[in-house]
Write a protein of this length. Sequence first.
Length: 255
Amino acid sequence: MNEPQYKETFVELYKDNNFAEAYEKTFSKQHFDAVLTLWWSNNYGNAITNYALYTKLKAMGYNVLAIDSLGVKPRYQFVEFANKYFELSSKYYPMGNKKYIIDSSENFIVGSDQVWNKTFSMVLNHSGYFQLKFVPDNKNKVSYGSSFGQTSDAIEDSKLDYYKELYKRFNAVSTREKFGVNVMRELFDVKASYVLDPVFLLNKDEYMELASKANVKQDKKYIVSYILTPTKEKRELLENELSDVITRLGQLMIR
């Protein structure tokens, strides 16, 4: 991980302040236009969704901080990617410190990939993290393209009132699925908009620029298969269907 941004600041402030004063000034001086709460999963679809939303906000002129220091953080090969393309809270604030993150902005955004999936809510012990429970009432709270990931049983009945209260604190809500609009209205009495998945907020040239920075280069043409919940049967079906094309064109298949 990169050297924390706050280290140099603290050392400089400590020259003219006692430890407590230098500590407080170090973490209270940062300010961001928006703080982004993401689900950091270990798959490429999630990574590109997070990248697209963050990049679009930056392109709109906003100074954005992405939270990775409150328990939900990038893993495996995606750590390097996150460090390269995101301003992460762990670079600016000590791990687990909510106070300075909350104080760093008036605007908090949650989105998009699977953040309101019932399973993830259970894994996080219904902490309300992706419903921005940790953000005070006087801060702006927005969701962009937040996904439930499933059409039924969006949340167990015993938790409906709990989540309804959290969703009603939002200033604006949008989902990337049409059924999500219905879920918000019928279960939580919240008006939501139906919006594009963040991956469609960037154009082809922006993705080609990102791809040009890849460390792995292929000399031959190739076909990429990206399968949700891969199984042996799916792989065999794909290989059988494309085998003639691959043989005829001499293409490499990556899966």
